[in-house]
Design a protein around this ligand. Structure first.
Ligand SMILES: Cc1cc2nc3c(=O)[nH]c(=O)nc-3n(C[C@H](O)[C@H](O)[C@H](O)COP(=O)(O)OP(=O)(O)OC[C@H]3O[C@@H](n4cnc5c(N)ncnc54)[C@H](O)[C@@H]3O)c2cc1C
Length: 271
């Protein structure tokens, strides 16, 4: 849709050009959400595309995903063979409810910054122990784990004018075995639960990430693959029924039920 309140679109070529931020400014990434509803408080769009950030950078330490990397670019990524977790990229992306246009325009950073419970790129990067690099308006860059970046439904730790620069996925997490399950109430509906577990090749360091069923991602870590009883006990202790996200995509009791059910499926798959 046309955003009738916009009076200026800036296309800075570097972060240094991003001066005079004011309350009506908004970062523009893929624009798939920004242009989907009125933004009455926004008068200036700052297009991140011209910054020209390399979408994906492989290093010995892991994978650097620029905030401006498109969902379609991440889907096409083929990593080194020792990164056993790479197929999880496509499984999570396929869980993302989107049209052809969103597929090709939406960015990984935009999905994180939207901070919706069904943000499949949040599920993916949290499960793979991602760390965000944030550029504040003033001061040095700061880092924060993805799991702590999102604080609730459509809420995160970004300060006014702060920019998400990139997400780092460590090589140690990319080398882990993974299992994932996703469920929606309707065939093409938003995720009601997206659950991922990862475990080291030697069976150590089992990490369960619950998302979509809860307002923000929740993680449970075990030294090794737990028993069914231990996992269920830990889930219920951490997530009582009222900790689940109740909305049109599923009631809290339903989401609790499918979370328990799917968590046990992926636990037994990895065990
Ligand atoms: C029909 C439809 C279905 C959708 N389905 C889903 C869904 O299933 N799950 C889901 O999570 N979302 C969904 N969305 C919302 C949205 O399209 C996605 O979250 C998408 O990934 C947003 O990415 P974008 O690059 O288009 O962000 P934009 O629309 O460009 O930006 C989104 C917000 O993030 C801010 N932002 C973007 N990049 C940065 C950055 N680097 N640093 C700081 N702030 C930034 C923008 O200022 C804006 O406030 C849907 C939208 C539509 C219209």
């Amino acid at each position: 849709m046309n955003l009738s309140t916009i009076v200026e679109v800036r296309r800075p070529a570097s972060f240094a050009d991003l001066r005079d931020w004011h309350a009506g400014c908004s970062w523009l990434a893929g624009g798939t959400w920004l242009f989907s509803e009125p933004q009455v408080a926004v008068d200036t769009l700052i297009d991140l595309d011209a910054l020209g950030w390399t979408p994906l950078t492989v290093t010995e330490a892991g994978l650097e995903i620029a905030a401006t990397c498109r969902v379609a670019e991440l889907h096409a990524f083929a990593g080194p063979p020792e990164w056993r977790a790479v197929p999880l990229f496509r499984h999570c992306i396929d869980a993302f409810l989107m049209s052809f246009k969103i597929w090709n325009a939406a960015t990984i950073g935009g999905n994180l910054c939207m901070s919706l419970p069904a943000g499949a790129m949040i599920s993916l990067t949290a499960a793979l122990e991602g760390v965000c690099t944030l550029w504040p308006r003033a001061g040095a860059p700061r880092t924060v784990p993805v799991v702590d970046f999102v604080t609730g439904n459509h809420a995160n730790i970004l300060q006014p004018g702060e920019l998400l620069r990139s997400i780092h996925l460590p090589a140690s997490a990319l080398a882990k075995r993974t299992a994932m399950r996703q469920v929606s109430l309707t065939k093409l509906g938003r995720s009601a639960a997206l659950i991922v577990a990862t475990v080291g090749a030697d069976g150590s360091d089992f990490l369960l990430t619950v998302s979509a069923a809860t307002p923000r991602p929740v993680q449970l870590r075990f030294p090794a693959c737990p028993s069914a009883e231990a996992l269920r006990g830990a889930l219920d202790a951490r997530l009582p029924r009222d900790a689940y996200f109740d909305d049109v995509h599923g009631s809290a009791p339903y989401k609790q039920h499918v979370t328990r059910y799917l968590a046990e499926q992926i636990r037994s798959e990895l065990a």
